[in-house]
Design a protein around this ligand. Structure first.
Ligand SMILES: Cc1cc2nc3c(=O)[nH]c(=O)nc-3n(C[C@H](O)[C@H](O)[C@H](O)COP(=O)(O)OP(=O)(O)OC[C@H]3O[C@@H](n4cnc5c(N)ncnc54)[C@H](O)[C@@H]3O)c2cc1C
Length: 429
């Protein structure tokens, strides 16, 4: 029997260290560094680089990677437990070298990059020296990648890319972009596109504007609207085979989605912890908020939602470790992705309510976290598509009945039982 909900004591010691380190050294950085991804910011480098060295010293750097790529190869369950702690901070994932979108982009490069590309981009990416961008969504709509029109045309030993991409996060911090472009418009829909590494300094790349989102107060947005005009990349910057763009995308999206969910567990837990502290700290009409049954209802609902979500995340992480194939956990990952925005939205909304006017004020982080829940319902695929995916996977294994009535039709079960036992059915419902 192998059901087990315990963390092994050795790893728990590491997690305890991480919690202390994050509370004492990482969370304060969030108060003074605008964007932990901005490797051009000297203040960020002065504060974050020494912390990254401490993490390396603890053997906790880039935990999403196996030993071949310089990570400890802890697997997804341990990564989940770590990410829960990091997720309550902005800088945490960068300090530990497991931030999005770079973790997913590193996976793609590791799988499909030539040795030269790995040396030039994967190594410094893993070392935390450079950042990267995933440039797939187009302005006319991201939910249907088969409708993308950005083109890559072979020209001798180069490809020439033309088109526009939307919400290419962190492009302005990046040394390279991973770009999806159509190489064969006549091919079947899922074989039309290919994936390319595009160095950021290639002529023809124009950031039309950096789009900002509600909930983030940085002076300039981080989601680039990009135009590619006659952007020439060497043919060996193609990742995988021509036409394999969708397969390559799956390499990163599965991991990216579950890693977001792991971090979201941390945000939900932080919201609940703040609710608990408030409930026992605030008095009204001579009684503690904690004594009010409707407040208790909010706390109980929030805890139960958090625990359900967390168990789903951890079980999915465990399945990824066991099965080593994202295709076999498509429904699980989509379920995690579907639940994530709802749980965060519900719990943060209650935390706002419980904190009253303070909760809605800019003196607490809840407004940002609430908006984060809407980001999560869109980034890496809209919730609606994930619901469809779950249903599609489940329906694959459903068998239609041959007759008019379901196999569990009670009269049929009665008849079968009467035949089996020679006894009259009692008409149970
Ligand atoms: C914070 C954030 C970061 C992002 N980062 C990146 C990035 O780094 N790189 C990148 O390439 N993209 C990125 N994206 C883009 C993201 O992938 C898209 O937002 C997403 O795929 C949805 O595409 P869209 O925004 O064009 O919405 P649309 O495709 O226009 O969809 C809008 C809405 O229409 C409905 N809808 C659409 N299709 C269906 C359907 N089949 N069934 C039912 N309803 C449907 C849904 O309600 C959906 O939310 C990011 C998005 C966000 C919010």
């Amino acid at each position: 029997m192998a059901w087990d909900f315990e963390t092994d004591p050795q790893f728990q010691e590491k997690l305890d260290w991480v919690q202390r380190f994050v509370d004492e050294e990482v969370a304060p950085v969030d108060r003074v560094v605008e964007h932990a991804w901005d490797v051009t910011d000297p203040t960020r480098n002065k504060l974050i680089r020494p912390l990254q060295d401490v993490v390396r010293g603890q053997g906790l750097w880039a935990c999403h990677l196996g030993p071949k790529l310089g990570g400890p190869g802890y697997g997804q369950v341990k990564l989940a437990l770590l990410n829960e702690i990091l997720g309550a901070t902005h800088s945490g994932p960068v300090v530990f070298g497991c931030q999005a979108p770079d973790s997913g982009n590193a996976e793609i490069l590791a799988h499909y990059g030539t040795p030269e590309l790995k040396e030039r981009y994967l190594r410094p990416l893993i070392d935390g020296d450079i950042m990267s961008c995933y440039s797939m969504t187009e302005p006319q709509g991201g939910s249907d990648p088969t409708s993308f029109v950005t083109r890559a045309v072979r020209d001798g030993d180069h490809y020439v890319i033309n088109g526009e991409k939307w919400f290419s996060s962190h492009a302005r911090f990046s040394s390279f972009l991973i770009v999806m472009a159509v190489t064969d418009p006549a091919a079947p829909r899922t074989k039309r596109a290919s994936m390319f590494v595009v160095p950021m300094d290639t002529p023809g790349i124009e950031i039309i504007r950096n789009v900002g989102v509600w909930g983030h107060n940085e002076a300039e947005g981080t989601h680039a609207y990009i135009r590619y005009t006659d952007v020439r990349v060497p043919a060996d910057h193609l990742l995988g085979e021509e036409g394999e763009g969708f397969a390559v995308a799956q390499t990163r999206l599965g991991g990216g989605r579950i890693h977001h969910a792991m971090r979201t567990v941390g945000l939900v837990r932080a919201s609940l912890d703040m609710m608990l502290e408030r409930a026992v700290s605030r008095e009204t009409r001579g009684r503690s908020l904690a004594d009010m049954q409707l407040v208790q209802d909010m706390i109980a609902e929030s805890w139960a939602e958090l625990e359900q979500f967390r168990l789903l995340v951890l079980r999915t992480a465990w399945k990824i470790d066991e099965l080593d194939d994202y295709k076999k956990v498509i429904a699980d990952i989509s379920a995690v992705k579907m639940v994530m925005p709802k749980v965060l939205n519900n719990v943060v909304s209650r935390a706002i309510q419980l904190h009253g006017s303070l909760g809605i004020s800019k003196e607490m982080p809840f407004g940002k976290w609430l908006l984060e829940s809407y980001h999560m319902g869109l980034a890496d695929g809209a919730t609606e598509l994930h619901k469809q995916q779950i249903a599609k996977q489940l329906l694959k294994n459903a068998t239609p009945v041959s007759g008019l009535f379901p196999t569990t039709h009670l009269p049929a079960l009665d008849a079968a039982a009467e035949l089996k036992y020679g006894l009259p059915a009692i008409g149970a419902q």
